[in-house]
Ligand binder design. Structure first.
Ligand code: FMN
Length: 255
């Protein structure tokens, strides 16, 4: 069983391909994450857990959810992450989750996909041409990973250095607290009150007030609300209408 969380589609794409290539099924965990539903999921085949990378590790809310989620049946688990190129301690976090769940860690592999974080001035989006190239390159990596999983072999990513663990573990929560408030999100007059942003927010930080989304507290900055708004009515500080917001669907047809 291939389990995944995805905000802008990269991880969903990779998870779907792996499921297809290994003859397995893919399950989107969004609804379960939102509802804190940890009830058992059964799989005869090894589990494959797919996640994006946020601030050099797996999203903390997703890692916390996975620790509590009950997985029954096969005891082997693979972890696949998608990132803009640096997965940081993602592989190490994955290994620890497997250990906590008393499962057999079959390895981690990060697949470099287009970056999706327009809000960050540091990690800029790529140009449309570069995005397509990145998508094609990422897609090329999937068959080899799927083949290893199908054959039941271990997979291996690069070694996570102790220095990375020492720096990233405390840095990540600090960054999230200081740099990821929701107060800069807003909806413009184009908003049609469809509630898609509410439905897609994994942390339930958005509510509808007078048919307009209202954000509260801190979030994971996953970009699901801003990237998937059907009328591009969501803004964040400098990311106004007309500023590119990445979601894979815009590029898949061109691929
Ligand atoms: C809040 C946030 C933080 C991110 N941090 C990193 C990072 O540390 N390293 C990296 O290579 N990519 C980073 N990215 C890029 C995503 O990991 C990458 O685009 C991923 O494929 C998105 O997956 P999705 O489309 O399934 O949501 C970040 C994206 C977001 C939204």
């Amino acid at each position: 069983m291939v389990l995944y969380f995805s905000a802008t589609g990269n991880t969903e794409y990779v998870a779907g391909k792996i499921a297809k290539m290994t003859g397995d099924e893919a399950l989107d965990l969004l609804k379960r994450i939102k509802e804190k539903d940890y009830s058992p999921i059964y799989s005869e085949k090894p589990f494959v857990i797919c996640s994006p990378i946020y601030v050099c590790e797996m999203p903390r809310f997703f890692a916390a959810f996975l620790r509590k989620l009950v997985l029954k049946g096969n005891r082997k688990v693979y972890f696949i992450t998608t990132s803009g190129g640096y997965a940081g301690v993602g592989g190490n976090v994955a290994k620890r989750i497997a250990k906590k769940k008393h499962m057999i860690f079959m390895g981690h592999k990060d697949i470099k996909m287009p970056p999706n974080y327009p809000v960050s001035k540091r990690y800029k989006l790529l140009s449309p041409k570069e995005t397509l190239e990145r998508l094609r390159a990422g897609a090329k990596e999937i068959p080899a990973v799927a083949a290893h999983i199908k054959r039941g072999e271990h997979i291996r990513d690069r070694y996570v250095l102790l220095l990375e663990k020492v720096i990233i573990r405390p840095f990540n929560p600090l960054w999230v607290r200081v740099k990821q408030p929701t107060k800069l999100f807003s909806a413009t007059d184009d908003c049609i009150g469809c509630g898609k942003c509410v439905a897609r927010c994994p942390l339930n930080r958005i509510t509808m007030v007078d048919k307009r989304p209202k954000w509260e507290g801190n979030c994971a900055h996953c970009m699901s609300c801003i990237a998937n708004c059907p009328v591009e009515a969501i803004e964040y500080a400098h990311v106004k209408k007309g500023v590119e917001k990445y979601r894979i669907g815009k590029y898949l047809k061109k691929k």
